[in-house]
Design a protein around this ligand. Structure first.
Ligand SMILES: *[C@@H]1O[C@H](CO)[C@@H](O)[C@H](O)[C@H]1NC(C)=O
Ligand SMILES: *[C@@H]1O[C@H](CO)[C@@H](O)[C@H](O)[C@H]1NC(C)=O
Ligand SMILES: *[C@@H]1O[C@H](CO)[C@@H](O)[C@H](O)[C@H]1NC(C)=O
Ligand SMILES: *[C@@H]1O[C@H](CO)[C@@H](O)[C@H](O)[C@H]1NC(C)=O
Ligand SMILES: *[C@@H]1O[C@H](CO)[C@@H](O)[C@H](O)[C@H]1NC(C)=O
Ligand SMILES: *[C@@H]1O[C@H](CO)[C@@H](O)[C@H](O)[C@H]1NC(C)=O
Ligand SMILES: *[C@@H]1O[C@H](CO)[C@@H](O)[C@H](O)[C@H]1NC(C)=O
Ligand SMILES: CC(=O)N[C@H]1CO[C@H](CO)[C@@H](O)[C@@H]1O
Length: 575
């Protein structure tokens, strides 16, 4: 290693001589504050030699250490990557020799614990469940392969609602392995789920950016509740190969980041066809460079619809009325940005969606088949668990690990296990989902009113899941931005910061150890569009974000803000 290091220093010294302007930049530009640092700032610092990727990994590890189990105990991260420092050193060396591979070269990315990373790197892939501890996946997930090809470093695995919130009526953000993840904006506030850790870690700079996955609200709701941007791509834009599944008809992978710009950079890299996920072969090619959509004038002349019926009815959404107050202010801003607001622009299927149970039929049937397939695909699984039925048995046999007080329910696993495969009711529900969501839903509204997109507050339907299940615990919010039911496959959706609950909001319960709403907890704004409309939605979100700068209006509570910065780790010795 020593000769290599000398070589690196020599080359580095050479670069400094060749590029006096970068030296100047390195001396005069302040180090980015990792609480807010953008990918552009981080990449500029890496390029100028102000810091390297080893420094970045060390700094993020130290920040995780500060708040993950200690202090506020946010439990956003399940594992960190034991190979990350070596990978960073190799990528730093490569940068010196050949320059960056992409705008993610040497950038740490946290991925949700349902997203496969090869076991020899040192991390587990478990969806938060002890049933998969030390299991060996055959290969990296499709999106992880793309990240690595782009030169990104997998920083670690994010905590999540176990099985991506398909276990039962449990508080969002809890998993057996990771414990209860909480929000950084109010002590013990609900982080929403299921990509809880991904959103919380992005919100306070425990990572540069993160990936989440969504089946119904699992990206957009945590984005909404943690003051970050979330993009839920059209199903088939990003590969689900190597992602512990719920349903191939609804699962999708997307970024959670502190800005539209960062989210656009990440989406441009993870999107694209993957032979291991045939749904991705249906996407239009080539994948656009989504950063080209980042224009402040993108809302000029656009028609944005407001589907009021059901989705803005507080008595049906369960929202605190303040959500609608900030939403109405957002509509005024969209007008100022040049958009025509078409209000109302209702979905013909709105009430049917609200009362439909078709999604449950599809997800319950798919989950059993696909999860059994996941166990089947593993190279090894030391727990011996090989099917959904085994998961239920394992959980009951290991209550201290998987059924601690307040987190015992596994009704969704049980309901899914009771399904008997594809039959005519299943296919009927699948067809109804498309009809309610797309044909008589989003697409009908877009066509009837000649719209470019729909806009809604992201929170909503807080009470419905608990009401349907008849359980005392409110399980956290499902994002209304997903229209709750049915339409996930055929739409894309994007959430940007909208506001924060007032300091005098009545604090509610969201589970045995979490509260919602609560003072200062963020609220998101969602733009929804038809399949493959990510590019347009990113433009709309960017114009709104740049105009309002809502994210910067309120910070996490003091104890949840890590203090370690790059200055504390630069030059602190070898990895
Ligand atoms: C998985 O987690 C266990 C327990 O934390 C740890 O011992 C192991 O190194 C991790 N990684 C793999 C690949 O099993
Ligand atoms: C993907 O392949 C499976 C079988 O391998 C098939 O049943 C399914 O219809 C295909 N889906 C798409 C969208 O092509
Ligand atoms: C958008 O406007 C903000 C200031 O409001 C500015 O900082 C930013 O550079 C602009 N973006 C583009 C792409 O011009
Ligand atoms: C909200 O929904 C309830 C229940 O369906 C209904 O009675 C009420 O009229 C709705 N309110 C509005 C403003 O549409
Ligand atoms: C599915 O949706 C259709 C159309 O709204 C409805 O008639 C049917 O009852 C729904 N099925 C279930 C299982 O909810
Ligand atoms: C299809 O299977 C489900 C259980 O998976 C069952 O509830 C339903 O009645 C079946 N439908 C038909 C038409 O047999
Ligand atoms: C909460 O505070 C806001 C503004 O600070 C105020 O307008 C509102 O009346 C207060 N609500 C209650 C219930 O005190
Ligand atoms: C990175 C990290 O702090 N991981 C922890 C997540 O929570 C589990 C359960 O408490 C710990 O065992 C991990 O060390």
């Amino acid at each position: 290693m020593a000769p290599l290091k000398h070589l690196v220093s020599w080359i580095f010294a050479g670069l400094l001589l060749i590029h006096p302007f970068s030296v100047l930049a390195a001396i005069t530009t302040p180090l980015p504050d990792l609480y807010e640092a953008s990918l552009t700032e981080l990449q500029a610092g890496l390029t100028s030699g102000q810091f390297n990727s080893v420094d970045l990994i060390k700094a993020y590890f130290a920040r995780i250490e500060e708040v993950n189990l200690q202090g506020p105990a946010l439990r956003a991260v399940i594992e960190t990557n034991p190979s990350a420092l070596d990978e960073a050193a190799a990528l730093d060396y490569e940068r010196l020799l050949y320059g960056p591979r992409s705008s993610l070269h040497g950038i740490p990315v946290l991925v949700k614990d349902n997203t496969a990373t090869v076991a020899f790197e040192g991390m587990n892939t478990t969806a938060g469940s002890y049933t998969l501890l030390k299991s060996i996946v055959p290969e990296d997930a499709g999106v992880v392969k793309r990240l690595r090809q782009a030169g990104a470093i997998i920083l670690g695995k994010a905590n999540l609602s176990e099985w991506a919130h398909f276990r039962g009526n449990l508080a969002s953000g809890w998993s057996g392995r990771g414990g209860q993840c909480t929000n950084a904006y109010y002590p013990n506030a609900d982080p929403c789920g299921s990509s809880s850790g991904s959103a919380v870690a992005s919100s306070i700079g425990l990572t540069a950016v993160a990936l989440g996955t969504e089946t119904d609200g699992s990206i957009t709701c945590p984005a909404n509740q943690n003051n970050v941007v979330g993009i839920k791509p059209t199903v088939g834009l990003t590969s689900r190969a190597g992602v512990i599944p719920i349903s191939e008809h609804q699962d999708t992978v997307g970024p959670l980041a502190r800005s539209m710009s960062d989210a656009a950079i990440v989406l441009s890299i993870i999107a694209g066809p993957d032979p291991n996920d045939n749904f991705t072969l249906a996407q239009p090619t080539p994948v656009p460079d989504y950063t080209m959509a980042l224009s402040n004038s993108s809302l000029v002349g656009k028609r944005i619809g407001v589907p009021r019926s059901v989705f803005l009815n507080d008595s049906l959404t369960g929202n605190d009325p303040y959500v609608n107050v900030v939403f109405e202010q957002a509509l005024e801003i969209l007008k100022e940005l040049g958009a025509t607001i078409v209000d109302p622009a209702d979905l013909p299927s709105a009430y049917e969606i609200y009362y439909s149970n078709n999604e449950t039929v599809v997800l319950n049937t798919d989950f059993k088949i696909q999860l059994d397939g996941w166990f089947n695909s593993l190279v090894a699984n030391p727990s011996g668990v090989a099917s959904l039925a085994d998961v239920i048995t394992f959980d009951n046999a290991n209550p201290t690990l998987e059924e601690p007080a307040g987190y015992t329910d596994q009704s969704e696993l049980i309901a899914s296990e009771a399904t008997t495969g594809f039959n005519s009711s299943y296919y009927q529900s699948l067809a109804f989902d498309k009809e309610l969501g797309a044909t008589r839903g989003i697409d009908a509204a877009l066509q009837t009113y000649s719209l470019d997109a729909l806009v809604l507050p992201a929170p909503g339907y807080t009470t419905v899941p608990a009401a349907i299940a008849g359980y005392p615990i409110v399980t956290g919010t499902f994002s209304i931005a997903d229209l709750h039911l049915c339409i996930h496959t055929w739409i894309c959706c994007m959430t940007v910061p909208l506001g924060f609950y007032l300091d005098n909001v009545t604090i509610g319960s969201a589970g045995p150890n979490t509260v919602y709403p609560a003072p200062g907890v963020p609220i998101g704004l969602s733009f929804l569009g038809t399949a493959w409309s990510e590019y347009e939605l990113i433009g709309f979100g960017y114009a709104y974000e740049q105009r309002t700068q809502t994210r910067l209006q309120r910070r996490a509570y003091a104890a949840a803000i890590p203090t370690v910065q790059l200055a504390d780790v630069i030059g602190s010795g070898s990895p």
